[in-house]
Design a protein around this ligand. Structure first.
Ligand SMILES: C[S@@+](CC[C@H](N)C(=O)[O-])C[C@H]1O[C@@H](n2cnc3c(N)ncnc32)[C@H](O)[C@@H]1O
Length: 417
């Protein structure tokens, strides 16, 4: 069998399995229609089948394209339509389930009709909106999310208005500040004409801070980043009536999820003031056990003797020098056997992941470069970080929950007594 035949067979077999499951339960078949579910709800073996189909169909497509077409298929304009749709709030100009003409959308959003038409037709080629009759637009499942999901809107806003401009300026930043590890020497710095880091910049603008927090919340519910992987880890049930402090915890999603499952634990979520202020209301059933506190992790930790200090997606935002500072700022607060958990990626050896997972993790690594001059780390890097910070941190190792894109990196404070 040739590779393309093999791929076609993987696609066919696994698509049949998914289809049989959906059909036998009367569940809707995947579609781009506005009423399609936000994601496919499948049991874990069929989620694996879904990933196999996606991986195989991508490889098949790219093999059949050939190298020339593959290289030339990267479009520099891919985010123009999405950014325009986001900026002009085009998805919100007419209700889901109804129709609108390009003229009506233009009048509602304030952009001239010819540009509305070309922007939307570009997006339609990517399944966002559909032209049901000439000049008449309806929502698809993707444009419905842009119209109705606050989190998805924010995620898109962060992507097209914070990340993308920074990406464009990343190589100029590398040329301007060679080998810099500073969070103020980045594509983000050039794109925003600022000498502040992204987090200081967002901290000065409540709307941007709130949007970033909501965008992070969207991440926490999607492909491999779901909080279940964290919540189901064995460590939490060993903490008894313990106190957990989440540094850079944004709107508290992780601690709220843990509080729901572990009623004896108490939590403090720390972040910069604008992020803490912009959080949504905490669910009432856990509000008495999840406290929010503005705290800059480059200052000394004010909550003493917690059982566990937690960092999710924090260290990948900072170069080593700054990570060491973050860890050292904990030391005055630590008690014997305080635990540290870092919930971040642990880069595997090259070519050990599926291509889809490899693309995602390498993109995240570059995203960290473009906004913070930081990076994703390998196992050895994590161990070294604790050693550099203080030899009294004992590195316990890394576990990779099945299906999770983030690892659990553990250390314990063990000064000689
Ligand atoms: C990538 S987000 C991760 C958010 C959250 N831990 C999660 O997993 O959804 C990084 C967070 O670090 C926060 N942050 C950045 N600099 C900080 C600082 N100096 N002190 C405290 N929080 C900070 C940001 O506001 C942001 O919420």
């Amino acid at each position: 069998m040739t590779r393309i035949q093999e791929l076609a067979s993987i696609i066919s077999t696994n698509t049949d399995r998914i289809d049989a499951h959906l059909t036998s339960r009367g569940l809707p078949t995947p579609s781009f229609d506005a009423d399609a579910p936000e994601s496919l709800d499948l049991p874990s073996d069929l989620q694996a089948a879904r990933v196999l189909v996606i991986e195989a169909s991508t490889e098949l497509k790219e093999l059949l394209q050939g190298p020339k077409e593959l290289l030339m298929s990267n479009s520099s304009s891919q985010f123009v339509s999405l950014r325009a749709i986001y900026h002009y709030k085009m998805a919100e100009t007419f209700p889901v389930g109804s129709e609108a003409t390009f003229v009506q959308i233009s009048e509602a959003c304030g952009l001239n009709e010819p540009d509305v038409r070309r922007i939307l037709r570009h997006a339609m080629a990517h399944r966002i909106f559909r032209e049901v009759r000439k000049g008449v637009v309806v929502h698809t499942a993707a444009s419905r999310l842009l119209a109705e999901s606050r989190q998805l809107k924010s995620w898109t806003g962060v992507n097209v208005e914070e990340m993308w401009p920074a990406a464009v300026q990343t190589v100029p930043a590398m040329i301007k500040w060679p080998n810099s590890q500073e969070a103020t020497h980045t594509g983000f710095s050039i794109a925003n004409d600022t000498q502040d880091s992204i987090f200081v910049t967002l901290g000065k603008d409540p709307k941007r801070a709130a949007r970033f927090g909501e965008g992070m919340s969207a991440f926490n519910t999607s492909g491999g980043y779901e909080l279940d992987h964290l919540v189901n880890h064995k460590i939490w049930s060993t903490l008894g009536y313990g106190l957990v402090v989440d540094l850079g915890g944004s709107h508290g999603d992780a601690m709220i999820a843990l509080a729901m499952k572990y009623p004896s634990l108490k939590f403090v979520v720390q972040d910069l003031p604008r992020t803490i202020e912009s959080r949504p209301t905490t669910p009432p059933n856990v509000a008495d056990r999840v406290e929010f506190l503005a705290h800059d992790f480059f200052e000394e930790q004010p909550i003493k003797h917690a059982d566990l200090y937690f960092f999710r997606w924090i260290f990948h935002d900072w170069s080593d020098e700054y990570c060491v500072r973050i860890l050292r700022n904990l030391i005055p607060a630590l008690k014997h056997k305080s635990r540290m958990i870092i919930n971040d990626a642990c880069l595997p050896e090259p070519n050990t992941l599926s291509n889809g997972a490899e693309r995602q993790i390498r993109s995240m690594d570059l995203a960290m470069l473009q906004i913070q001059n930081s990076r994703e780390r390998e196992l050895q890097d994590w161990e070294t970080l604790f050693v550099k910070a203080d030899p009294r941190f004992k590195f316990l190792g890394v576990t990779q929950p099945k299906g999770s894109k983030l690892a659990i990196i553990e250390a314990i404070w063990e000064p000689v007594v």
